[in-house]
Design a protein around this ligand. Sequence first.
Ligand code: GDP
Ligand code: MG
Length: 267
Amino acid sequence: SKQINVALIGNPNTGKTSVFNALTGLNQKVGNYPGITVEKKEGVCKLPRGVKAHILDLPGTYSLNATSLDENVVIELLLNKKDKNFPDLAIVVTDVENLKRNLLLFTQIKDLEIPTVLVINMADRMSKKGISLDIPLLEEKLNTKIALVSSRKNTGIDKIKELILDHRNIPTSTCVDTTVIDKTYFEGLQNAFPSQSVYKLWLVITQDINFANLDRNLVKDTSDFSTKSKSDLKRLQQKETIIRYKFINDVLKEGYKVDLNAAKGLR
Ligand code: GDP
Ligand code: MG
């Protein structure tokens, strides 16, 4: 039977490689620095009932608005359904102490309409920092499934395995309405390509990446829409970031609490 393709994605230093090691039993070096590790690491995760998952540990990336080689690797994979490593499930790994910043990338990957789950790692740091999470609420607002994990203490890894096994039931809906970035432009795009995710189209048009392996037809067909100036694109990308952070702030206001009095050492 076919292996389940899983991609581990996230900002640098969120614990992707630690989670990769926990899932695969391999021993890749942790603490990679962005810009150094651009190659992908691959391993196998054995699941119940003889099922196997192919796990890809991708280089750390801050967003899908590519600025570095590392980020291009991730974007090129996520935009190319024909890549043999195209994920059946994307796992976005985040650090509970930097959740707000880390969620930016999560919302972008969700908006490509790829099945995406959230790993909130470093759970062992929560009591010390007085952090509490409302996981069911976060799952509802982000329209995904969450595994609260400490790869250091080896907790929550079985939950990730459950989510991998259940990848067919992970929602593929978007979480942010990106058409707000430029209503007329995005509606024009969506009408011209009704079967495509509008955010994917936007990235195909705006990102300066290597399309050699990508769906050339899509690049050619969307070329009519590549009329915006560099400065317009920059402005729209900034608007996108603002829209995403507004969404993230609204979600975290309800689902993420920091009680400084409860934080260890401050009592
Ligand atoms: P990557 O850059 O996303 O691949 O992250 P790494 O797996 O290399 O981990 C970055 C740093 O975070 C390393 O120093 C790890 O030891 C540390 N780390 C990873 N997971 C955890 C965790 O669950 N708890 C704590 N406290 N530290 C962790
Ligand atoms: Mg790493």
